[in-house]
Ligand binder design. Structure first.
Ligand SMILES: *Cc1c(COP(=O)(O)O)cnc(C)c1O
Length: 381
């Protein structure tokens, strides 16, 4: 059997070990140190924000963001339904109620009009629940319509947290994603565009929020000679060893994005001719996606083969594909929460497929994948 082709696997530059060695040489084997400091500086400047806190995961970053906004039992947080569960779980950790907002078809991300309708409806319903935050996700690297989302959020004075876990390096109207909201989260999990094996970050222009995040992430220790605590803390900081990997990865982030965009272009060039295959593409000027994953919609009635069949044929060659995220309003664990729907995310879930998109994939493999898909379609078995 040939080695497995993954959707997105870690792609080291070779520079990472230098920084990891530094951590060992200096004995900075701790959740703080020079690698953490440098990684945070690089992340902040890359995303066009003033401050960043490196943390143990993207999920931890979102949790701290919600804690700092005072999200608690009885509050509501509006969140994209079409996402990974990590965008929602921390809302529930806080005892708050997620309210799911469906997608638009061009970006696949939160529909700004539906967001506004949801805000008005939650308010009309009155009650004591308060909308404390909006979590907007940039799925698969594609920017959400941030001008409209921010316009709605500002109109009702609701803070926005961007979930840019999949979108490091993507831009909207020339501005990096993660720099629009009050705060944003990033993820460096093993399958993301860069990785620290596991890790995340909270970024913001507001220095006080990032300082507070660092404080909460290190067990909320007060300034005192003894261990003293006036607030509940967390153990969410990133290890200085892992931040070394992050430093090496940030040296090649632009190469990684170029490669992912080339992979998308190759798929599109060779598969766009099929009427039954539709790509998640940048909907116009102003959108710059890192194309973390290339994703397509398969219309079986037009193509003559199902997305399951395509996935099955690729699996025979040990090539991984995956359905797109299953919307949160369809998840058993979240089924009792309110949602504002337009059928789009259900349609995307029914037809969507993620294609292998790792920046370390060879051209031969990419060509092979396209050939297998073309052959499967021509056989129409
Ligand atoms: C990966 C991911 C997260 C969570 O990041 P972790 O670092 O794995 O905790 C959050 N949101 C989205 C959309 C993700 O893809």
């Amino acid at each position: 059997m040939k080695p497995r082709v993954y959707l997105s696997s870690p792609h080291m530059s070779g520079h990472e070990l230098k920084y990891v060695h530094e951590a060992f040489d200096q004995n900075w084997i701790a959740p703080l140190g020079p690698n953490v400091d440098r990684f945070e500086e690089t992340l902040g400047s890359y995303c066009g924000v003033k401050h960043a806190a490196a943390l143990s995961s993207g999920t931890a970053a979102l949790h701290l963001a919600l804690v700092m906004l005072g999200v608690k039992t009885g509050d509501e947080v509006l969140v994209s339904s079409f996402t990974f569960s990590a965008s929602v779980n921390p809302i529930v950790y806080q005892g708050a109620t997620p309210v799911f907002i469906d997608s638009e078809l061009d970006t696949w991300n939160m529909d700004p009009d539906l967001l506004e309708a949801a805000i008005l409806d939650r308010r009309a319903k009155g009650g004591t629940n308060k909308i404390k935050a909006i979590v907007v996700v940039h799925l698969y690297g594609m920017p959400a319509k941030m001008d409209k989302i921010m316009e709605v959020a500002n109109r009702y004075d609701i803070p926005v947290i961007e979930d840019a876990a999949e979108a490091l390096g993507s831009k909207y109207n020339g501005k990096a994603l993660g720099s629009f909201g009050k705060m944003a989260i990033l993820s460096f999990n093993g399958n993301k565009i860069i990785t620290t094996s596991g890790g995340g970050a909270l970024i913001s222009d507001d220095e006080s929020l990032i300082k507070k995040a660092r404080f909460l992430a290190t067990q909320a220790r007060d300034q005192a000679p003894h261990y003293q605590h006036s607030e509940i803390g967390y153990n969410y900081r990133m290890s200085n060893v892992l931040a070394g990997i992050g430093r090496g990865q940030m040296e090649v982030i632009d190469d990684r994005i170029s490669k992912r965009r080339e992979i998308y272009s190759y798929y599109k060039k060779n598969l766009d001719k099929f009427e039954g295959i539709k790509f998640l593409s940048e909907p116009g000027i102003g959108y710059f996606s890192n194309f973390w994953l290339t994703t397509v919609l398969i219309d079986e009635s037009k193509l003559g083969v199902s997305k399951e069949k395509i996935a099955e044929e690729l699996a025979k060659h040990n090539i991984e594909t995956r359905p797109v995220w299953k919307p949160m309003h369809l998840q058993p664990v979240f089924k009792n929460f309110a949602s504002y729907l337009n059928n789009n995310s259900e349609y995307l879930f029914k037809n969507g497929l993620c294609l292998p998109s790792g920046s370390n994939m060879s051209e031969t493999t990419l060509k092979q994948i396209v050939d297998i898909i073309c052959q499967t379609i021509s056989k129409k078995s």
